[in-house]
Design a protein. Structure first.
Length: 305
């Protein structure tokens, strides 16, 4: 069974989102995450002259991993573009996303990879926003930080590792497993930057199952748009932040008090996300870090259970 196959969500505003509502058992989740990860690892960890990095003496096939990642990313973006065009153009989430993506491209505040449409956009000043995030008291006190795998949060991942903290990060699109753990003791000075990339996570990270007992002290997620008045957030439309949050709740790794932080450009701040239209699984944010400011939203939006 493919690990991603069991996490298909059908959004419904009147039905609560939970892993139990997807008819999942811990045994199924554990077997699925383990078997899919093993099968995929067998493809990626093999002797290959074009590769570098080893796990248990076996060479990691970087070229195969990156080629598959890029192909799946392109396929997913194409699929999401079709969804956004097929749905009612007045559908409010897509209206806001497109407006922000268009603005970032028009004002040239987008960075590679471009265009930023159907991505968590990499923005000019992402490293500055990450530095502000690292100065937060909750970040300084954290021992384990969950960070999304997107490009604009790469500096947050680096600051987590160089700060001597554990980094918990999901596999991109949850395709080779669920989460991987890294810490600086597993890395050398020459590999720590690489470990902050998707290839590096696959190469150096320790995959964990959903029955692992961990405590996550702070969650960092990427956003397309976020409302600083309410903490309401929109991602790129695929629901991975919600899936990851739901899995962490299922594992007992987080609770309502776990702070959720996002880093965005100031132009990604919006004031027209209608909280009454949010679904029960939408994840609000407590803190927003931009290149120019830190905003505590004091959100009243309930966090998914």
């Amino acid at each position: 069974m493919d690990a991603t196959a069991i996490f298909t969500i059908k959004h419904h505003p009147h039905k609560p989102f939970s892993l139990s509502s997807l008819s999942l058992s811990k045994d199924l989740l554990t077997r699925s995450s383990s078997s899919s990860s093993v099968r995929h690892s067998q493809k990626l960890f093999k002797v290959a002259s074009s590769s570098s990095g080893t796990r248990d003496g076996v060479v990691f096939d970087e070229a195969a991993y990156e080629a598959e990642r890029l192909a799946l990313d392109a396929e997913a973006r194409e699929s999401m573009a079709e969804v956004s065009e097929r749905d009612d153009p007045k559908e409010w989430k897509w209206v806001i996303r497109k407006r922000v993506w268009d603005l970032m491209e028009a004002q040239n505040i987008a960075q590679f990879p471009r265009p930023v449409h159907h991505r968590i956009p990499n923005f000019v000043g992402a490293s500055v926003a990450a530095d502000k995030l690292s100065g937060l008291e909750v970040f300084g006190a954290a021992k384990c930080v969950k960070v999304n795998p997107d490009t604009p949060q790469k500096q947050v991942r680096l600051l987590t590792l160089t700060g001597g903290k554990q980094l918990l990060t999901p596999q991109p699109r949850l395709r080779t497993g669920f989460f991987s753990i890294l810490d600086s003791s597993m890395l050398s000075p020459s590999t720590i930057k690489e470990a902050c990339t998707s290839v590096g996570v696959a190469k150096y990270g320790r995959p964990i199952r959903l029955d692992e007992k961990i405590k996550v002290d702070i969650i960092v997620i990427g956003s397309v748009a976020v409302d600083p008045r309410t903490g309401a957030r929109l991602g790129k439309g695929e629901g991975f932040a919600e899936l990851e949050y739901g899995m962490l709740r299922y594992m007992g790794a987080i609770d309502d008090s776990t702070p959720v932080v996002t880093s965005v450009h100031d132009q990604q701040l919006v004031d027209d996300i209608p909280i009454e239209k949010l679904l029960i699984h939408d994840v609000p944010v407590d803190i927003i870090c931009t290149p120019t400011q830190v905003i505590f939203t004091n959100t009243s939006i309930p966090k998914p259970q």
